[in-house]
Design a protein around this ligand. Structure first.
Ligand code: HCB
Length: 224
């Protein structure tokens, strides 16, 4: 019951763009022993999905998207990501992973959460940021000898850039040397198969599972 109350409080705080309250309620939930990953998935992500629907329905405007995103980014950066990393049991390097949001797309909240979770699970993360051209994914994957490249796309118009990344990896001669993992709200398993990717993850916990599976590492999440 306590958990439900905390999640609803977080959702409501995001929906009213009250950044201080988002942080306060999140800290309270953590102090009650809540798992930071659950706070993200059931509180912050749920709130952002509602924000998206309200935007689509004309009830919220762009400035509302921005305000909600800022509140979520602040609590992620200052409170939840450090907590996820603090709870990590031990550091062992599972592989190098290059991560970014595709060209033409500046949505990076989900990509950042995925990066924090993968880092906590033991991957070395090279985060290229947002609006990243396909060639940059290739160049960095080559430089860092990456085992996996992960790319995020949130717009139906930027989705095709994931296919461009696959093509660029083939053209750059890297396709057979690494695994390609894709995610983002409009991405599906079918889409990833269609474009010739290796793995699809619906959320950050899924991304850790998929990344380990792609490298044949037994799955055990270590951020509890
Ligand atoms: Co934005 N936006 N937005 N937006 N936005 C969406 C994405 C819409 C769906 C909202 C809507 O209309 N319902 C919509 C896209 C519609 C479409 O393409 N069909 C939209 C639009 C239209 C736009 C603009 C075009 C608005 C405008 O300017 N008129 C514009 C685009 C700018 C651009 O990119 N060129 C825009 C701008 C913005 C901001 C800047 C205001 C802000 C982003 C801030 C930021 O990221 N720094 C924003 C936001 C916040 C959203 C919503 C509300 C939330 C996105 C989000 O952060 N979700 C979103 C609504 C929605 O998605 N339903 C809306 C939470 C995260 C945690 O989820 O899916 O990103 P996620 O990540 C998950 C998951 O997918 C997976 O794990 C993550 C963690 O669980 N995952 C991976 C993600 N990447 C992965 C990679 C892997 O390898 C593996 C797993």
């Amino acid at each position: 019951m306590l958990q439900q109350v905390a999640y609803e409080d977080i959702v409501n705080a995001v929906l009213t763009f009250d950044s201080d309250r988002v942080t306060d309620v999140t800290k309270k939930a953590l102090s009650l022993g809540e798992d930071p990953v659950k706070i993200i998935e059931q509180g912050l992500n749920r709130a952002l999905r509602i924000v998206g629907k309200k935007f689509e329905g004309g009830e919220f405007f762009l400035m509302d998207l921005v305000a909600a995103a800022e509140a979520v980014q602040k609590v992620m950066r200052e409170t939840l990501e450090p907590e996820i990393l603090r709870r990590k049991v031990q550091r062992k390097t599972l592989g190098n992973l290059v991560l970014g949001t595709v060209e033409g797309d500046i949505h990076d909240i989900g990509k950042n959460i995925v990066g924090a979770m993968l880092f906590a699970a033991g991957f070395e993360i090279d985060d290229l940021g947002k609006d990243v051209p396909s060639e940059q994914f290739v160049a960095r994957a080559r430089e860092t000898n990456a085992s996996i490249v992960g790319a995020s796309a949130l717009l139906t118009t930027s989705l095709s850039m994931q296919r461009e990344i696959v093509k660029a990896m083939v053209a750059g001669g890297l396709r057979d040397r690494l695994r390609l993992m894709f995610g983002g709200a409009p991405v599906t398993d079918e889409w990833v198969k269609e474009i010739g990717g290796d793995g699809y993850a619906e959320d950050a916990v899924g991304a850790v599972k998929v990344a380990k599976k792609l490298l044949n590492i037994d799955f055990e999440l270590q951020v509890e």
